[in-house]
Design a protein around this ligand. Structure first.
Ligand SMILES: C[S@@+](CC[C@H](N)C(=O)[O-])C[C@H]1O[C@@H](n2cnc3c(N)ncnc32)[C@H](O)[C@@H]1O
Length: 311
C-alpha cells in the first residue's frame, strides 16, 4: 500500500467544489485521487496522470467506480497542457502534484533502492530508454561527480565518481548492490545514520527521470491552466524540489519594487497567483509516527487571481 501523505492538508488546500475540474498529476497509488473523486458530484471532473504504467493501471482499477467523472492517463505531468487541450479541459479548479516515488515503486526489481539487489534501473516510465546503469556506465568522471554534487548534495562526490570509474573499468556496474558497495568503499564505510549510498541513489533517480526539469515545466503549465481562484498544491520531499516550488510560486505572487524616480510598481511573472501558504506546511508528528515516509514532506499552495496586476 502507498499511504497518501498530508491528505487532509492537501484536500483542505485544494478546497474541492463538487462541480469543479481537478488534475492529479502524480496519481501513484490513487490515494489523493480517490479522496478527490469521492468529493465530486456528477458534474465534477478529475484527470489523474502518472508516467508509470503500473501506477496508471492500479489507479484506473481503484477509481473505476467514479468512471463517469474520472479519467486516468499515462502521461508526464510536464505535458499536461497538450493533454488537457486534447481531452477538453480548458482550466482546472485545482492541480495537485505529490512528488517523488510511491511505495509501489520501491519494490526491489525497479532498482530504486540500495536495500535489495536488483538491476540498476530507476525509471518511473519504463518506456524510456535511459536507465541509472547507463548513467553510471557512460558518464565521464567529472560529469558523475557533478551529478552527485548537484542532485544529491553529496560532499564526497569526486571521490565516489573516481571509485566508480575505477570499478567499471574492471567490470560493468549494473546492479544496485554493486553500486552501493562501490560507494561504501569509496567513503570508507558508514558514518552517521544515513547509508553512504543514500545521496548517490537520490541523485541518480532525479537525473534518470529528469525530475527537477519536469517539475519546473509542470509548475509553469499548472499555473497557466489554473482557473481564477483555482488552487495549485504541491507536496515535495526533497530540498531541491521545494526550492523550485517556492521560487516559482513567489515569482508568480509578485512583489512591489521601488522605482528610482519615486513610487513603486508591481513586478511578477504572469499569470499572477497569491500564496495560500507563506511558509510550507509540514506533516503532524502523529502522521510522521504513523507513516515515516511523510517526515520530509513540505506542502505549498497558491491560488490563481482574477485580475492581472503585474507590470
Ligand atoms: C508520491 S507518488 C504519488 C502518490 C499519490 N498521491 C497517492 O496518494 O497514492 C508520486 C507518483 O508520481 C509519479 N510521477 C513522478 N514524476 C512524474 C511526472 N513528471 N509525471 C507524471 N507522474 C510522475 C510517480 O511515478 C509516482 O507514481
Amino acid at each position: 500500500m502507498h499511504v497518501p501523505v498530508m491528505l487532509g492538508e492537501a484536500l483542505e488546500a485544494l478546497r474541492i467544489r463538487v462541480d469543479g475540474s481537478y488534475l492529479d498529476g502524480t496519481a501513484g497509488g490513487g490515494g489523493h485521487a480517490a479522496a478527490i473523486a469521492e468529493r465530486l458530484g456528477p458534474a465534477g471532473r478529475l484527470l489523474a496522470l502518472d508516467r508509470d504504467e503500473a501506477a496508471v493501471n492500479r489507479v484506473r482499477e481503484r477509481l473505476d467506480r467514479w468512471a463517469t467523472q474520472v479519467q486516468v492517463e499515462q502521461a508526464n505531468y510536464s505535458e499536461m497542457e497538450a493533454l488537457a487541450l486534447r481531452l477538453g479541459f480548458a482550466q482546472f479548479d485545482g492541480v495537485l502534484l505529490d512528488l517523488g516515488i510511491s511505495s509501489f515503486q520501491l519494490e526491489p526489481k525497479r532498482g530504486f533502492s540500495f536495500m535489495s539487489e536488483a538491476p540498476l534501473d530507476m525509471r518511473m516510465d519504463r518506456t524510456q530508454a535511459l536507465t541509472a546503469a547507463d548513467l553510471v556506465q557512460q558518464l565521464e568522471e567529472a560529469a558523475l561527480a557533478d551529478l552527485f554534487w548537484r542532485y544529491g548534495e553529496e560532499p564526497a562526490s569526486r571521490r565516489i565518481a573516481r571509485a566508480i570509474v575505477a570499478e567499471r573499468t574492471r567490470a560493468p556496474i549494473t546492479t544496485t548492490g554493486q553500486l552501493a558497495a562501490t560507494v561504501e568503499r569509496a567513503v570508507g564505510g558508514r558514518h552517521g545514520k544515513l547509508h553512504p549510498a543514500t545521496r548517490v541513489f537520490m541523485a541518480l533517480r532525479l537525473a534518470v527521470n529528469q525530475e527537477l526539469e519536469h517539475l519546473q515545466a509542470g509548475l509553469d503549465a499548472a499555473l497557466r491552466l489554473l482557473a481564477p481562484a483555482g488552487r495549485l498544491v504541491v507536496i515535495s520531499f526533497h530540498s531541491l524540489e521545494d526550492r523550485i516550488v517556492k521560487h516559482t510560486l513567489q515569482a508568480h505572487a509578485g512583489r512591489w519594487e521601488n522605482l528610482p524616480a519615486g513610487g513603486r510598481r508591481w513586478v511578477g511573472t504572469q499569470p499572477t497567483v497569491q500564496l495560500v501558504t507563506r511558509r510550507p506546511l509540514t506533516p503532524t508528528a502523529e502522521e510522521c509516527e504513523r507513516n515515516p515516509r511523510a517526515r520530509s514532506a513540505k506542502l505549498r499552495a497558491a491560488e490563481g487571481v482574477h485580475t492581472q496586476t503585474a507590470s
